[in-house]
Design a protein around this ligand. Structure first.
Ligand SMILES: C[S@@+](CC[C@H](N)C(=O)[O-])C[C@H]1O[C@@H](n2cnc3c(N)ncnc32)[C@H](O)[C@@H]1O
Length: 389
């Protein structure tokens, strides 16, 4: 982790700057660890994003008034020293005793000064850890910001469930629980296999996975917020980054042509994000190769529901994306709006006008049909006529 954070800190516009990473690496003898030696391409970018995501999230929790923060499985995390904590934050770091036996002398000899009240709690979380945390001064009566970055894959199913009960039991109303986990489809991807094997060997751990963290928390008093960031933020660049180079996009509107390749699809996504607002993913199902995602979005004043059938390549990039939508009047309205926008973007304003003129009557007809004709086919109406008097 420290080695990857050094890599990130050396970039021109780093997401994270870890002032202690160099000292940790030097104390460990420098060079690659068995794990960093086999990390897949993109590992440092992934870690930088994850670290920055949780930096922002834990400070956002503090902005709601939280003044007690617990880093679970803190590892060589230097947040106590590098984040701009509001005054009065007490920050507990929980990890294995052997971790602090290494970390604390390095912190001391670097002369690092924590920017919050820092308290370390050396304990094995597979045993009772709430007792030592409370003995160290943790107060269960005030809201807590829990952050378990990279920890849960190291706990097995039963240990994770105990973690959930323990954390919930110690959480006053207004607490925040931040964590990440490996999805089942990620753990055995070719890109992850060497890393997983190295982690298993060095940490002696069986990496666990969790496919539905929101369901795991259901019934424990937490309100879960899961995010499909690129789509929900309308971020076409990030969404394009999820695509394979030779991706194919199959439109719900036509069987006449398909969009091929990232360069062709990016403007389609940019245009789609102009038309679709307030995307909310509600369901995801599938396996390692095929996923189906469902979301609601606003189109003007209407609500549309879309499904995306994704076929993934070995690296987890989308190689085929098929879109479906309902209800028909909104889908035709989307067609009437999106097609001309896309053509204008392609520098074909004349064709854009033709398509707008040609599709407008269809959109109007389906809307009229929806209002006037479709109610006649309502099964409730048929049931009412069949009901004996
Ligand atoms: C992948 S590291 C993450 C470290 C840090 N949170 C970060 O993201 O940089 C996982 C951490 O969990 C700690 N850990 C694993 N099993 C643990 C256990 N049973 N009790 C306490 N800590 C544990 C490890 O010592 C390690 O520091």
């Amino acid at each position: 982790m420290a080695a990857l954070r050094i890599e990130e800190g050396e970039r021109a516009d780093p997401l994270v700057h870890d002032p202690l990473a160099q000292a940790f690496i030097a104390a460990a003898g420098g060079g690659d660890t068995p794990t960093t030696a086999v990390l897949p391409a993109g590992a440092s970018a992934f870690l930088a994003l994850r670290t920055r995501f949780f930096d922002d999230a834990v400070l956002a929790a503090c902005a709601t008034g939280v003044r007690q923060v617990v880093l679970l499985g803190a590892g060589l995390d230097a947040r106590a020293f590098r984040l701009d904590w509001p005054p009065g934050v007490r920050l507990f770091e929980v990890d294995l005793p052997e971790l602090f036996a290494f970390k604390e002398p390095v912190v001391a000899s670097a002369g690092a000064v924590p920017r919050a009240g820092r308290i370390v709690v050396p304990v094995d979380m597979r045993k009772d850890w709430t007792g030592p945390l409370t003995a160290a001064g943790f107060d269960g009566a005030v809201p807590t910001g829990w952050l378990a970055e990279g920890l849960l894959p190291y706990l097995n199913g039963a240990e994770s469930d105990r973690f959930r009960s323990d954390v919930t039991g110690l959480s006053a109303p207004g607490s925040h629980l931040l964590f990440d986990h490996l999805h089942g489809i990620a753990s055995d991807r070719p890109a992850m296999q060497a890393t997983s094997t190295a982690i298993r060997q060095t940490a002696g751990a069986q990496l666990s996975t969790m496919d539905d963290p929101a369901a795991w928390l259901a019934g424990y008093g937490w309100r879960a917020r899961t995010a499909h960031m690129a789509g929900e933020r309308g971020d076409a660049a990030a969404a394009t980054g999820c695509l394979a180079e030779d991706v194919v996009l199959i439109s719900p509107l036509t069987a006449q042509f398909r969009f091929h390749g990232r360069d062709e699809i990016r403007p389609v996504l940019e245009t789609a994000f102009e038309v679709f607002r307030d995307l909310r993913f509600h369901t995801e199902v599938g396996d390692a190769d095929t996923r189906a995602l469902f979301f609601y979005a606003k189109v003007g004043r209407d609500e549309v529901e879309e499904a995306q059938l994704l076929r993934l390549d070995a690296a987890g990039h989308i190689r085929e994306l098929t879109l479906f939508g309902r209800p028909l009047p909104v889908v035709t309205a989307v067609m009437a709006d999106l097609g001309p926008r896309l053509l204008r973007r392609q520098g074909r304003p004349g064709l854009a006008r033709v398509v707008r003129l040609a599709t407008a009557p269809l959109a109007a007809m389906t809307r009229l049909g929806e209002r006037r004709l479709v109610p006649l086919a309502d099964p409730a109406r048929a049931r009412r006529t069949r009901t004996p008097r």
